[in-house]
Design a protein around this ligand. Structure first.
Ligand SMILES: [Zn+2]
Length: 402
């Protein structure tokens, strides 16, 4: 081989090497992230920004990994395994699975962040989003973590996208609207009160007027959504001054049809609702179960409040009895949902000065029915939505608040 030829071969080898390297690099860039790598990135970011320190040690173990970062992410609630404690860390992660995890990260570093449905941005591929991911994706798009229109829920997550979204969560955390439990806004917020979503056993039954049909409830939520209402939880009421058409939707007593209908319909419209549960009714036939409460709470669509322990007229009780009604129901419900219970509604809307004084020791706010104490977060009236109220009826009630 002469030197010229040798030179040419070397050049060719070099060029092919460069081409191969470039292809590999491009391919590597497009290569997707495993669930484990995603957890590593999240935990490393949390440690680097001192949100957690690196000594956090996992107490709960996944059955399918020994990676300490995956275990840490599990321990602090950023990821959740299935019922067998499996997470399948080696599997590729889809963009919508990642969004659910990122929403939990956002909750972890800014837990009082308000979900303002009026600011939701729905991309072109919204139809492809699975139910479990819908509220997470809506929240992340509202807070600009998910770029508008450029999110492909079913596609695998790319490393670059993952990094950009995590960065955005940290960047945004101090500039987002935050809840201030117990602080009232300047404006008056309509609070709707429901009980049963379903039909009464007979049209003559005494509480039949409190049974709203699923069709009517669906129509009402659809109307509110179309009108651009922002659904708030009671501990977010302060934010009402800076959001578009604020509204709070509540349910008293904790009937199991709230899970079958109210929750299902609320998810459909991404409408936040609050259910005031009676402690003694938990896990009883006809009422909500602990499992249902936890599932609904984790969806971020439902907030659970207390409706006391035994549903008595509070204005007739002694201090000792009041303490039990407030303290015990809070303890029992917190254990069921795995989250702090910050608000209560008084049974029959009945209260007294002593009731308020005692309630303030355990809660941040309390709803009544019709009776009201202006300017107090512990005597806030609600609008009763009776069976048969049509959209013009609802409109008439809401028009007083604009
Ligand atoms: Zn009640």
């Amino acid at each position: 081989m002469n030197s010229k030829k040798k030179y040419r071969v070397t050049i060719c080898t070099l060029i092919s090497a460069i081409v191969i390297l470039t292809i590999t690099a491009v391919f590597a860039n497009e290569m997707t992230f495993s669930r484990e790598e995603f957890c590593n990135l999240i935990i490393e970011t949390l440690e680097k920004s001192s949100v957690i320190d690196d000594t956090v040690s996992a107490r709960q173990h996944f059955s399918d990994t020994y990676n300490p970062n995956v275990q840490k992410a599990y321990e602090i609630g950023i990821i959740q395994g299935n019922e067998k404690g499996e997470f399948h860390p080696e599997k590729e992660i889809s963009s919508q699975d990642a969004a659910v995890i990122l929403k939990r990260l956002q909750d972890y570093i800014a837990p009082q962040l308000i979900y303002d449905t009026a600011k939701e941005k729905k991309g072109k591929e919204w139809e492809k989003i699975k139910g479990y991911a819908a509220s997470s994706i809506a929240f992340l798009s509202m807070t600009d973590v998910i770029p508008n229109g450029a999110f492909h829920p079913e596609e695998p997550l790319e490393e670059g996208t993952a990094r950009a979204m995590i960065e955005k969560i940290f960047e945004n955390r101090d500039s987002q609207p935050m809840a201030k439990p117990g602080v009232l806004p300047k404006r008056k917020v309509p609070v709707l009160m429901y009980h049963v979503i379903g039909n009464p056993p007979s049209e003559k039954s005494p509480y039949g007027y409190l049974c709203v049909s699923p069709e009517a409830f669906d129509q009402q939520m659809k109307y509110l959504k179309q009108q651009g209402y922002t659904f708030l939880f009671p501990n977010e009421i302060y934010y009402a001054d800076s959001c578009h058409k604020p509204i709070i939707v509540t349910f008293d007593d904790g009937y199991d049809n709230n899970y079958y209908w109210a929750y299902r319909i609320a998810k459909k419209y991404n409408a936040k609702i609050t259910i005031y549960m009676v402690g003694d009714y938990l896990d009883k036939p006809g009422y909500l179960s602990s499992v249902q409460l936890r599932e609904m709470t984790q969806s971020r669509i439902v907030n659970i409040g207390s409706h006391t322990m035994s549903h008595k007229d509070l204005s007739l009780l002694s201090r000792q009895e009041l303490k039990y009604e407030f303290e015990e129901s809070k303890r029992k419900l917190e254990q069921a949902v795995g989250k702090e219970i910050t608000d209560i509604s008084y049974p029959f809307g009945k209260f007294s000065a002593a009731v308020i004084e005692e309630a303030k020791k355990y809660y941040k706010s309390a709803f009544t029915v019709l009776q009201e104490i202006p300017g107090s977060a512990f005597g806030y009236a609600r609008i009763v939505i009776p069976r048969g109220m049509d959209i013009p009826g609802l409109q008439a009630n809401l028009s007083k608040f604009q």
